[in-house]
Ligand binder design. Structure first.
Ligand code: NA7
Length: 543
């Protein structure tokens, strides 16, 4: 295909969320001409779209931000421990303004295709407005949880009320006053939205498939003294985050649950429950490895649910049975208590599955529910879903979606690159540790590694970098081995692809820890990009 008649850049970046914004900034600083394309009409990525009531991050504010700029860290002040969606969106707008990023972002434009041309070593990139651009590098900052999953229920098009997916919430305020609202899904989004909507709606009916473990967030406003000390500690915090297991300095306790007596464990769990947030999942080092340790945490939460819920039948429906922590841990604000409200009902759709959406509401195999509004808190086609929304074709027309559909899992090298797709970088791609890491920390590491790599190629007169098949096979195998030593793959979740019907099952996250992962990436770079084929302008493979 022709690339000479279209606008051309060194790099095209997909998305203007945490990833896209920092990638743009970094490449501009390094002297690469770069353009980002964003489907929304503003920056923010998932924080632009997730405007549902109660939407909040469950990483602590002082860590859920960039650390690349000391000045930025000093200038921005978070108001509470767990940041609400509007505040995060304000932060990202602040970043875009401070670094003057909007001039290089084209909004309201979705990239629908990116095809690699082996003759010119360039990517030809197609937009939904019909235009094309070309770039030497194609970099995805599409997020891991941005392709909404609206289950294919029969009859949705006949529904006469309003319906929304939490991840595509409208900009207008959705009014629940006087409404009979149904919500499907009790993952992180449902658990946040349910208490907030229950306060407003006349009736809220929760359609639950899998009961979840959630622990109190214990959110609270930050006091100014704490914020001042944090800002003063910038260098230490930044270093701790980057050297940590999960991008937050909070440490996993170096003790097995089985080393303690039952009474000691009870005390530890009670203290963690009282502290809130990550204190509980990090209470012992073996909760996601050892069945017995896991059961002790799960039993504690189940006992709490029985204590909190007034109606024993409702409590029974809310008791989770899967291994604690093997679905994404959830932090809540009065989630379980919400089921004691008179206007909230819980329907177990495992016992009576959803048959169809009717024009007036929803029908299960046992009953019909009249609803004014239906909310889909039904999650995402995680990690691969956002990439597959773009028709990405590599060398000789290899289609990414087809390449990854054939195996039992995706194959990447370091979660950033994949063989047959030269000069394609995926920020927080599958098989990186990102979704189990404080996301901005994971993003900074990826963006900096990618920028350094591109700078290396430029400095060495190299045209392309491409993962070797054997390197990606080894990485995928390593990811699987690390995961198989844990309880994670034993649970159906979006981590394994089990939440999307027809999706190949496989564990798509590197579980070896963020610090270990960064070290591996650095070692690969230090060994002149070991595991990659590097091609010079003369088209000789260097290695
Ligand atoms: P999740 O965590 O994937 O939760 C989705 C919820 O929707 C979960 O309870 C699902 O039940 C339920 N679901 C999905 N499909 C259906 C159908 N067809 N019928 C009934 N119930 C269904 O998504 P969230 O948006 O809450 O959170 C995603 C991530 O965002 C979260 O992990 C954080 O990282 C931030 P299931 O458990 O599959 O039985």
């Amino acid at each position: 295909f022709q690339t000479d008649h279209v606008k051309s850049f060194d790099a095209v970046v997909v998305g203007a969320g945490f990833s896209g914004l920092y990638m743009l900034y970094r490449l501009r600083e390094a002297g690469f001409s770069t353009r980002a394309y964003e489907a929304g009409d503003g920056v923010g990525g998932v924080w632009y779209w997730n405007r549902y009531p109660g939407a909040r991050c469950d990483s602590e504010s002082i860590y859920y931000n960039y650390t690349f700029s000391k000045e930025l860290y000093q200038e921005w002040t978070w108001t509470s421990k767990f940041p609400e969606q509007p505040e995060i969106l304000r932060y990202l707008n602040f970043v875009a303004d401070k670094f003057d990023l909007r001039q290089d972002i084209q909004f309201k434009t979705r990239i629908i295709g990116a095809h690699y041309d082996g003759a010119t070593n360039r990517w030809l990139i197609h937009m939904d407005d019909g235009t094309d651009v070309s770039a030497k590098y194609f970099i995805t900052g599409v997020g891991c949880l941005s392709a909404a999953n609206v289950p294919n229920f029969k009859g949705l098009d006949q529904f006469e009320g309003e319906w929304y997916h939490t991840g595509h919430w409208p900009q207008k305020k959705v009014d629940f006053k006087g409404k009979r609202v149904g919500i499907i899904g009790t993952g992180s989004s449902g658990v946040q939205a349910i208490p907030a909507i229950a306060k407003e709606a006349d009736d809220l009916i929760v359609f639950q498939r899998t009961p979840q473990y959630t622990v109190p967030a214990r959110n609270h406003p930050y006091d100014p003294g704490f914020i001042d000390r944090t800002k003063g500690n910038y260098n230490v915090i930044k270093q701790q985050m980057r050297e940590s297991l999960s991008g937050i300095p909070e440490a996993l306790r170096d003790r097995s649950a089985l080393e303690d007596t039952a009474e000691q464990r009870q005390q530890v769990y009670e203290a963690a429950w009282g502290k809130g947030g990550f204190a509980f999942p990090l209470a012992y080092k073996d909760l996601t490895f050892n069945e017995e340790a896991n059961k002790s945490a799960a039993d504690f939460i189940r006992a709490r649910i029985r204590e909190v819920i007034h109606d024993p039948e409702v409590a029974e429906k809310l008791l989770p049975t899967y291994y604690y922590g093997t679905k994404r841990p959830i932090f809540d604000t009065h989630y379980y208590e919400t089921y004691n409200r008179e206007n909230v009902r819980l329907v177990d759709v495992r016992k009576a599955s959803i048959e169809e959406i009717t024009n007036k509401g929803l029908r299960t195999t046992k009953a019909e529910y009249n609803l004014d509004t239906i909310i889909f808190a039904t999650g995402y086609d995680g990690m691969t879903g956002p990439l597959f929304k773009i028709d990405i074709r590599g060398r000789n027309g290899v289609i990414l979606k087809e390449k990854w559909a054939n195996g039992e899992q995706v194959r990447t090298y370091l979660g950033i690159t994949t063989a047959d797709f030269p000069n394609l970088f995926m920020i927080t791609g599958p098989e990186s540790p990102s979704v189990l890491v404080n996301m901005p920390t994971a993003i900074e590491q990826h963006v900096e590694w990618i920028t350094d790599c591109m700078t290396y190629l430029r400095n060495h007169g190299l045209e392309t970098i491409e993962a070797k098949v054997e390197a990606e096979e080894a990485w995928s195998k390593h990811c699987k081995e690390v995961a198989d030593a844990t309880l994670y793959p034993k649970t159906d979740s979006w981590y394994t692809g089990a939440n999307i019907s027809g999706k190949p099952r496989g564990f798509m996250i590197y579980l070896g820890g963020f610090n270990r992962y960064s070290q591996i990436c650095n070692e690969v770079a230090a060994k002149d990009y070991e595991g990659f084929s590097l091609l010079s302008t003369q088209k000789t493979t260097l290695r």
